[in-house]
Design a binder for this molecule. Structure first.
Ligand code: UDX
Length: 433
């Protein structure tokens, strides 16, 4: 099949490379000429394990190309739209201007029968508007509009693309369904479930899934707070709950609050959609509010570990990205935590394997270091915010020898309280005695 991907951002690039790897002929279009030139040299501008190799192989084998202009789009079977839908400044609505602009630009070029697919996360009803634009620009021409949301986790995106829990295809048109089935055929031969639903249903499945996962995290975070007050262990509780098949064990890891480019923005957009339709998603609203407060509240936990105050203290923050194996710091819990620590009078040093450059503009008064041990120099406490692999096996003797006092606040529960006791650290974690 011939596939055109509009947008060489995170979702577009991963999807384009994976489709090419399935054997399709993929052309990926992006307005950023520097990015396109770099990608044609197989230089991948984002941090995603395995992506560089995948792009390089498929470019070399001639199945994947990058371009600024959508030449050849008149011969394509499908156009996937994978441009950004950021939160609109100030009001939380998803900004759909890039989506609609892309549709307006491609509409005059498409051959009859082309299937236009939204991969970008778009509010329910966006497909209807895309269809309207296509009809207006190409009256009487058969162009189908389908919703096919992505469920890719950063850091595991290729695995998620190639081994999905499900593929959701939103359209009532039989031919469009057949085209999408053909594109995903390598996956459903591997028994990946493909479900056909209406377009609006597909759009909402994406938001409902993200909101539910965020709810699970926030639920266990609040249980963790209660555990600390009553002397229970949140990890055993998550295990005990998760063994119930109706609940499932995933996304029950207590921590400093969820972040990233999707959950916070998608929840804000979902809440707005509900308001626009005269209803309220009260659970989702509460989850968003509780999570927002939690990130900053983690600074009080650090203060408590140091006897009540961080004024004049040096705090080493390990981890700036919202999760490991990415360089993405968007909505990372580390940012509000660091700002709160600074507001409370602490000096902050930090190390992150991939996110320091992105953090610098927003957090200019942090001292950025070259390793965990360099960050810990003279520190009154080390705070683990992101569970990078290299923070899971710290050399405790070395750490203690450079710190002003041996205190670790582990916001991801990567260590066990008994081993930290043996290592002579004052150790505070999340939801554990
Ligand atoms: C998410 C969804 O998982 C993906 O399906 C969607 O398409 C995009 O958004 P991503 O943002 O990459 O993916 O990260 P994810 O692994 O889901 O983690 C999101 C946040 O939740 C991170 O800050 C993570 O640390 C936090 N989290 C996750 C927890 O605090 N506890 C958990 O148990 C799981």
């Amino acid at each position: 099949m011939r596939v055109t991907m509009i947008g060489a951002g995170y979702v577009g690039l991963v999807s384009a490379a994976c489709f090419a790897d399935f054997g399709h002929e993929v052309s990926c279009i992006d307005k950023d000429a520097h990015r396109v030139a770099a990608l044609n040299r197989s230089e991948v501008p984002i941090f995603e394990p395995g992506l560089s190799e995948l792009v390089e192989n498929n470019v070399r084998q001639g199945r994947l190309e990058f371009a600024v202009e959508a030449t050849g789009i008149d011969r394509t079977d499908t156009v996937f739209i994978a441009v950004g839908t950021p939160s609109r400044r100030g009001d939380g609505y998803a900004d759909l201007s890039f989506v609609y602009q892309a549709v307006r630009e491609i509409a005059p070029l498409l051959a009859p029968g082309t299937v236009v697919v939204t991969k970008s996360t778009v509010p329910v009803g966006t497909g209807d508007e895309i269809e309207r634009i296509l009809r207006e620009k190409r009256p009487g021409v058969d162009l189908q509009t389908v919703s096919n949301p992505e469920f890719l986790r950063e850091g595991a995106a290729i695995q998620d693309f190639k081994h999905p829990d499900r593929i959701v295809v939103g359209t009532d048109d039989a031919r469009a369904r057949a085209v999408l089935a053909e594109i995903y055929r390598p996956l459903y031969l591997n028994a990946a479930p493909i479900m056909y639903v209406s377009r609006r249903t597909a759009e909402l499945i994406k938001y409902a899934s993200n909101a539910f996962l965020a709810t699970k995290i926030t639920f266990i975070n609040e249980i963790a707070d209660l555990c600390e007050l009553v002397g229970a262990d949140v990890q055993d509780i998550a295990l005990g709950m998760g063994l119930d098949n109706r609940i499932g064990g995933k996304f029950l890891h207590a921590g400093p609050g969820f972040g990233g480019s999707c959950f916070p923005k998608d929840m804000a957009a979902l809440i707005k959609t509900a308001h626009d339709h005269g209803t309220q998603l009260r659970v989702v609203e509460t989850v968003a509010a509780v999570n927002e407060q939690r990130k900053r509240a983690m600074a009080r936990k650090v203060a408590a570990a140091l006897g009540g105050s961080v004024r004049g203290k040096i705090i080493a923050v390990l981890g700036l990205t919202f999760k490991p194996n990415t360089d993405d710091t968007r909505d990372s819990p580390a940012f509000p935590l660091i700002m709160a620590l600074q507001d409370l009078g602490a000096a902050v040093r930090s190390y992150d394997p991939a996110g320091m450059e992105q953090a610098k503009p927003a957090l200019p008064s942090v001292t950025y270091c070259t390793s965990s041990y360099a960050a810990a120099e003279g520190a009154d406490a080390v705070v683990i915010v992101t569970e990078w692999e290299q923070f899971r096996a710290l050399d405790f003797d070395r750490l203690r020898s450079v710190m002003a006092q041996p205190v670790i606040v582990d916001l991801r529960n990567v260590y066990r309280p008994d081993e930290m006791l043996r290592a002579n650290f004052r150790y505070v974690s999340v939801g554990r005695a």
